[in-house]
Unconditional design. Sequence first.
Length: 80
Amino acid sequence: MNRIEKFLARLDTKRREQVLPVVALIVSGQWQQLNVKKLKGYEDRFRVRVGKFRIIFDIVNGVAYLRDLDFRDEDTYKNL
């Protein structure tokens, strides 16, 4: 089980239901309809806000790869 799966497993049902549809859109390639922002200093790294959560992902050749999913705090973007 990777870090993202562990994080999702620890969430309560309400929060998981809030995040999973957005993750599914990103993975299915329909991320263009989300409020996506490109991260400074990276060529192909983006983030999506979902309430208190941040989903960080890379787009490589049109395919999205999840990098991180966590609560937003001061250290959200430091470990990328």
